[in-house]
Design a protein around this ligand. Structure first.
Ligand SMILES: *Cc1c(COP(=O)(O)O)cnc(C)c1O
Length: 431
């Protein structure tokens, strides 16, 4: 596997862009080595600048649930581009995608399109604050909600502490408005809410935590978030930027049967183009400008190309057999990976929700950030490199979810499972 061109491009990129990339995890820092520079992709396959082919489980970090360059999406985009790429005025396309979203996510009675997941969460929180006239935000350790200042916060271990900024450049005074709790800890949540509810505008959560791999909510946890927030007039925000259309067509809220007050979408909703969306109850969303006083705007929001990719993706997802097929493929991969780990006597834990999954290199159950951190990241990086060498592209970090698409065939899965077994066996042999 030659990486000559990727190496040369990376050297050049390092001189021009911070870390040589436009988003940090792409730089392979967690696993070491040179990132692949991608030249093209089709279906389940992705190709680097040196012409190497890989079966792709990153899928642009989740959006490409139909696979790369899906025919219907490409065809519609070609037609759309001929009609102009941006108008800065309302279009029928926005109305069509909004209709699809509202139909699939009944908790979102009204929706606003934006350009990224970060914009969606940031704006949803502003609206929640405007609605409740309170300032504080509760989030959970390990949940990622984009890179807005107040959300780049982690906390000390144990009970809730005042937020400490995760990044220089975030004023401590912003971070102090963010309270952080361990995911899946209903008791800690209840006691925090009872103490501080008067100041709490909203609770934001990834209903399945995809940004530390794939951490499932314990039975009763999301229900607890719902009942307590309802009791104290706090806005419950489900950040379904990753779980939306992944855990189920209707997201984690459909799968777990919980109705949040607001929802954030991104990734899949744009079908590979930059789209985010936030929405919720009418009485909350009617505060958004120009209907209400909470300001939020975007020059390229509702962009016709982005809306087109989203609409075409939704059309395929809405077909009767789509999720059945995805589920079958995912089951096949789950069984294969678990079996490969068992046969190789590797200590791993596998979790998945719909079409997002993670294999942790740990002997412990993963239920939150602390337990995810018990993973052996050195073994993970060996696994990652071994898989890459065998033509399988996984996310270059233990703490990222993997994804499958409609384009992943049985043969793709079988090849992946064989590669996983060979890689794990080699790792175990070398100790
Ligand atoms: C990816 C992600 C975001 C941020 O979306 P961007 O489009 O990268 O800004 C926010 N929340 C969750 C849960 C995500 O997975």
């Amino acid at each position: 596997m030659g990486l000559k061109k990727s190496r040369l491009l990376f050297e050049k990129a390092l001189r021009l862009m911070p870390g040589g990339v436009n988003s940090p995890v792409r730089a392979f820092k967690a696993v070491g080595g040179c990132p692949l520079f991608i030249s093209k992709a089709k279906g389940s396959r992705i190709y680097d600048a040196d012409g190497n082919e890989y079966i792709d489980y990153v899928l642009s970090w989740g959006p490409l649930i139909l696979g790369h360059a899906h025919r219907a999406v490409v065809r519609a985009l070609k037609a759309a581009v001929e009609k102009g790429t941006s108008f800065g005025a309302p279009t029928a396309l926005e109305v069509e995608l909004a209709q699809m979203v509202v139909r699939t996510y009944p908790s979102m009675e009204k929706v606003r399109m934006v350009n990224s997941g970060t914009e969606a969460t940031m704006s949803a929180i502003r609206v929640a604050r405007g609605f409740t006239k309170r300032d504080k935000v509760v989030k959970f350790e390990g949940c990622y909600h984009g890179h807005a200042d107040g959300l780049l916060v982690k906390a000390g271990s144990g009970a809730a502490t005042f937020g400490i900024p995760d990044s220089p450049g975030v004023p401590a005074s912003y971070a102090q408005k963010t309270l952080t709790l361990p995911f899946n800890d209903s008791a800690a949540f209840k006691s925090l809410i009872e103490k501080e509810w008067k100041d709490i505008a909203c609770v934001i959560v990834e209903p399945v935590v995809g940004n530390i791999g794939c951490v499932l909510p314990k039975p009763g946890f999301l229900e607890k978030l719902r009942s307590e927030t309802k009791k104290y007039g706090i806005v419950l925000i489900f950040d379904e930027v990753m779980t939306g259309f992944r855990v189920a067509f209707g997201g984690a809220q459909a799968h777990y049967g919980i109705k949040p007050d607001m929802t954030c979408l991104g990734k899949v909703i744009g079908g590979g183009l930059p789209v985010g969306a936030y929405g919720g109850k009418k009485e909350i969303m009617s505060l958004v400008s120009p209907e209400g006083p909470v300001y939020q705007a975007g020059t390229l929001s509702g962009n016709p190309l982005a809306m087109t990719a989203g609409i075409e993706t939704m059309k395929v997802l809405a077909k009767k057999d789509t999720y059945k097929k995805l589920e079958k493929t995912m089951q096949h991969l789950e069984e294969g990976l678990k079996d490969a780990a068992k046969k190789a006597a590797a200590k791993t834990r596998f979790y998945r929700a719909g079409t997002m999954f993670c294999t942790y290199f740990t002997a412990f159950d993963v239920i939150d950030y602390a337990s995810a951190k018990t993973s052996d990241t050195v073994t993970f990086s060996q696994f990652f490199k071994g898989m890459l060498k065998r033509g399988i592209n996984l996310a270059p970090s233990q703490f990222e979810a993997g994804f499958i698409s409609l384009a992943h065939s049985r043969t793709d899965i079988d090849k992946t499972v064989d590669a996983a077994y060979a890689t794990l066996k080699a790792i175990m042999r070398n100790g």
